[in-house]
Design a protein. Structure first.
Length: 290
């Protein structure tokens, strides 16, 4: 029992690869920036006192905090939006990273809670990732040093619970348990590419529906096993890419792919770079001919 506890503490209190931490930093900054850019055309309408809903009403219906509960004139909202983008740039540049993540977390939360219409499951994942990023030692990662693992471990556990809870919720829904859920999506309003209509095939719909459920349910348990970690990551990534291709929830898929990077290891990144180099060498003759 003592040995098991020591191993658990070593796992939780150990270190994380600087390469993986930097990939995660880039990934979460990019999906946060993508989310923020979608707000740009609606800043005045959704987030300011000149919009269609006043801040007092939002304060009553929202359970979170927002600096815009106190001041939401158009010029102030635009200023804070510019500050959010600047902070994201510093995160990508890897300068003043801790301060930049604090600014991004506060402003991202403020924008979301000022207008609840822009919130959904994907933005909740971004909020979780940004919160744990506040405690990650990105300065050590910048110097190529190992990073304390505990905030990343907590985020990993949180992501596992997200997949597990999603799978358990699906079990309660008849269209998921009988295999017709994706068939319904193919002809529903969420479908936005012709590719989705292939899911109207009953056999394919059943196979992919159960594959999705199996991936979400088993992810929590298989991702920790060295022998099954890479296959389950590839399966879940494949599911998210399929969702991005056939459903109008592409941004959610990008978010999940971004947070999945914390389950990578150095050997995964090195193998991916080798694969890219091989692919470039094979494609180079064709590119030169064109």
């Amino acid at each position: 029992m003592l040995k098991a506890f020591q191993q658990l503490w070593q796992w939780y209190g150990g270190t994380f690869s600087s390469k993986v931490v930097n990939v995660f930093r880039w990934s979460i900054a990019l999906v946060t920036a993508l989310s923020a850019l979608t707000w740009l055309p609606y800043l005045k309408l959704y987030f300011t006192s000149a919009g269609f809903i006043d801040r007092e009403t939002v304060r009553v219906i929202s359970s979170g905090y927002s600096i815009f509960y106190f001041y939401d004139t158009p010029w102030f909202v635009y200023l804070m939006y510019a500050l959010l983008l600047v902070a994201l740039f510093f995160i990508l540049w890897n300068k003043f990273t801790r301060v930049a993540f604090v600014v991004v977390f506060v402003l991202f939360e403020s924008f979301l809670n000022r207008m609840a219409l822009v919130q959904y499951g994907g933005t909740a994942i971004v909020e979780i990732a940004l919160f744990f990023a506040l405690f990650i030692d990105f300065n050590a990662a910048k110097k190529g040093k190992e990073v304390p693992a505990w905030p990343l471990r907590l985020l990993q556990i949180q992501i596992c619970l997200v997949y597990l809870s999603a799978a358990l919720e699906k079990v309660k829904i008849p269209t998921w348990t009988n295999g017709t859920q994706l068939q319904g999506i193919a002809v529903g309003s969420l479908s936005y590419l012709p590719l989705a209509h292939f899911l109207s095939n009953p056999i394919l719909s059943v196979m992919l529906t159960y594959l999705t459920m199996a991936g979400e349910l088993s992810f929590t348990f298989l991702v920790w096993n060295p022998a099954t970690r890479r296959p389950i990551l590839l399966l879940v990534a494949f599911v998210h890419l399929c969702i991005a291709c056939v459903m109008n929830v592409t941004y959610f898929s990008f978010i999940m792919l971004a947070v999945l990077t914390i389950f990578l290891r150095d050997e995964d990144l090195e193998e991916f770079m080798r694969w890219c180099q091989v692919a470039r060498k094979k494609l180079k003759p064709f590119l030169l001919k064109s």
